[in-house]
Ligand binder design. Sequence first.
Ligand SMILES: [Zn+2]
Length: 96
Amino acid sequence: MVYRHMERVERPAAFLEGGAAMSKQARVCPLCGREYPEPPALSRADNTTDICPACGMMEALASIPRQREGPAERTRRAVYATGNWWARENFDATHN
Ligand SMILES: [Zn+2]
């Protein structure tokens, strides 16, 4: 009876310990300084640095070649920059 009782107490304790160890593995992104629990993304800068998924996304977006940007893209950006919803809709309607 006593043995069973101890066994029951031990299990959740071990579980909590594992949980604490897990939380210690929380990574801090070197780019934005944020602690993140998600699986890290690999920085494209050196292919060894672990960064948070958000920064990984930013690097991915930043790495997209800009030479593909043609007149239409430039116009789209200009139109969107105005914040004019009618202009946006008109542009999308004529370019998509
Ligand atoms: Zn980050």
